[in-house]
Design a binder for this molecule. Structure first.
Ligand SMILES: Cc1cc2nc3c(=O)[nH]c(=O)nc-3n(C[C@H](O)[C@H](O)[C@H](O)COP(=O)(O)OP(=O)(O)OC[C@H]3O[C@@H](n4cnc5c(N)ncnc54)[C@H](O)[C@@H]3O)c2cc1C
Length: 458
């Protein structure tokens, strides 16, 4: 029987790879993981974690303003120091990265700091020293990378979401290109930290795929926070001028910014990985094609997380990595359920969502009832802030089952996590109605919406 150097070779020490490596090692597998950048991956180093820390930083701006309505006088205008925030963030992500590393080492996983590429179904080559490692199983967990398309003249002057975290200087004028959640989150952060922010999107609104009321509601809130939107246009070229980066739009109009963040999307990180050489099937966008058990068409090669482009979120990558290790090394038969995954946009205010949008529900179900509330949050009464909370429950009228819940408001992400339990359990609208309100809270509106706003029949 052929012997291998390791039982499992994991490419990429991000959310999915780290979890899979650790669990497989706990089952007694000999595991090696290669990481070309920093242990922890996108989420810890340049995604969810630093992003949320910056969101917290940005929200103090609102708190300082709102305090006056509650009797506070600030002795002087608060001053923000970008360098201090970047340094504090760096300290925290280094701490987390070290924890990930220690946990892997404690489990007996061998970590190699190198890019790894696949040579064939059972061989991986380490670029750092050229060594070849044979593995019984290979797990591709290389995540995604910012998409740098379309290639317009001057694209090299833009920065991506990786670079924006560590800018040496705070950009007083920021142009964000893109309308997805990453673009929206950074636009909100930098506007509150004091930049003049313009968001440029090809579409006619932000956040394609989210419920339309959430999209429009958040767009309005962001406008109140000073973000300027340009929709239905694209950047045609970028020129470096003494005054900053001059961006020419499809309309011919120009605008000048200190930094241009290209955040129009992410692509699976499979370029040059050697998957084609090993015969692994890819989707047209380069994502690795896998079945329910994260198996590729090559029996020894598996893939989890963003590189498979299923649901590109950290908890999903972790769950897929864990299930892979349980199934392959623990003899289990775990199916990861990708339905009703709660998610949030960490804008200010946040969007928290689980289940179907109104648009998707109406396309899939015969009769759909909509319950909707829009109200001023209590805190805004004294602060005077112009702000609305929007909540929506989407119900299958035939079964009374709640198909989706969407919230635009403070802590909507926290609400969505808990709403996710109810929706996952198959809650009916009657269950929401039977639940006693918690007062005074914004979330109580979710259990007190009695009047249907609309019914749609297919
Ligand atoms: C700005 C931003 C904000 C985000 N915010 C959220 C959020 O709030 N909530 C959420 O759930 N998700 C968020 N995400 C998404 C989340 O980060 C990803 O879904 C998650 O990290 C996917 O995990 P993964 O294991 O698939 O890949 P990753 O975490 O990306 O890990 C892949 C690792 O593989 C390494 N690698 C790649 N190729 C090779 C190679 N050939 N050899 C060696 N190493 C390699 C990379 O360096 C990386 O460390 C955010 C992403 C971004 C960019």
């Amino acid at each position: 029987m052929k012997t291998f150097d390791v039982d499992l070779f994991v490419i990429g020490a991000g959310s999915g790879g780290v979890r899979a490596a650790r669990i497989a090692a706990n089952y007694g597998a000999r595991v090696m993981v290669a990481e070309e950048f920093r242990i922890g991956g996108t989420c810890v180093i340049r995604g969810c974690v630093p992003k949320k820390l910056y969101v917290y930083a940005s929200r103090f701006a609102d708190e300082f303003q709102d305090a006056a309505g509650f009797g506070w006088t600030l002795p002087q205008k608060p001053v923000f120091d970008w360098r201090k925030l970047v340094d504090a963030k760096e300290k925290e992500i280094s701490r987390l990265s070290a924890i990930y590393q220690t946990n892997l080492e404690k489990a007996g996983v061998k970590i190699v700091q190198s890019r790894a590429e696949i040579e064939d179904a059972h061989t991986v080559r380490l670029l750092a020293d050229g060594k070849r490692i044979s593995a019984k199983h290979i797990l591709v967990a290389t995540g995604g990378a910012p998409q740098l398309e379309p290639a317009i003249p001057g694209l090299e002057y833009t920065i991506d979401s990786n670079a924006i975290f560590d800018l040496p200087e705070f950009p007083d004028r920021l142009l964000v290109i893109g309308g997805g959640y990453i673009a929206v989150e950074f636009a909100g952060v930098f506007a509150r930290l004091g930049a003049q922010v313009t968001l440029l999107a090809r579409a006619d609104n932000i956040l394609r795929g989210f419920d339309n009321d959430m999209r429009s509601g958040l767009r309005d809130e962001m406008q109140h926070a000073g973000v300027k939107f340009i929709f239905g246009q694209t950047a045609q070229r970028i020129d470096k001028t003494p005054d900053g980066l001059k961006v020419t739009l499809s309309s011919g109009e120009t605008l000048v910014a200190d930094q241009v963040l290209a955040a129009a999307g992410r692509v699976p990180h499979t370029n040059g990985l050697g998957l084609e050489k090993a015969g692994v099937d890819l989707k047209p966008n380069g994502a690795v094609k896998v079945d329910w058990a994260s198996r590729t068409n090559v029996p020894s090669i598996y893939a989890v997380g963003d590189v498979t482009d299923r649901i590109n979120l950290t908890p999903v990558a972790i769950r897929e990595g864990h299930a892979f290790a349980d199934n392959v090394f623990g003899g289990k038969d775990i199916h990861v359920d990708h339905s009703n995954v709660a998610s949030a946009v960490f804008s200010t205010p946040e969007i928290g969502t689980v289940g179907l949008s109104e648009e998707d529900a109406r396309a899939q179900f015969d009769v759909v009832d909509i319950y909707k509330a829009s109200f001023r949050p209590m805190k805004a009464t004294l602060s005077g802030r112009q702000e609305r909370v929007v909540m929506k429950i989407i119900v299958d009228a035939k079964s009374d089952r709640v198909l989706g819940v969407h919230v635009l408001g403070h802590e909507a992400g926290e609400m969505a996590q808990l709403l996710g339990i109810a929706v996952k359990m198959g809650a009916r609208k009657a269950d929401f109605d039977a639940t006693m309100a918690l007062h005074p809270s914004a979330a109580e509106e979710l259990v007190t919406m009695r009047t249907r706003s609309a019914r749609y029949e297919r």
